[in-house]
Design a protein around this ligand. Sequence first.
Ligand SMILES: [Zn+2]
Length: 166
Amino acid sequence: MRAKNPGRAKIFNRFRNRILRWELGIQPRHAIDRIERRFTFLKKKVLPKVIIAYFKLLTNSWHTGSRFRFLHGTKTTVCPFCKNGPDAIEHMPKCDIVRQLFQRFGCSCSCLIQFFALDQFSFPHKFVTKVKLLSVLFSVHNSINSTTTPMHVNHLINAAVSVILQ
Ligand SMILES: [Zn+2]
């Protein structure tokens, strides 16, 4: 980690293991470098809440059913968007509803590294859009109720339009 910004380096080091738990298909060192570069880029481009949602995603801090099952031994819950897969970050790049949302805004999302916007094609082109879409997923995921019907993608698109225009 470069000592350019010791405070930020300390934060990344603290969460390093959480970030590196993902199977991204790139060297851990490259993953950390890319993440650091992306957070520097995001400063002053998006609201703090968008940065926080992205940071929480990368550090596996979203309140998914699979994370709670790991922490508390509870039952697995289903994806709140499609109701057709586990409520887990690893499912999201495969989720029909999430994919439709990304496609609607011209963003690719077919594997975890693309979902995290850590692939080389997601930066800088489309990066801000992608991170805003992730923040929409984060807030909708947090506020979702326990209905059994899948969410219509338009619900997410409408939420995303207002965030993207901010
Ligand atoms: Zn899903």
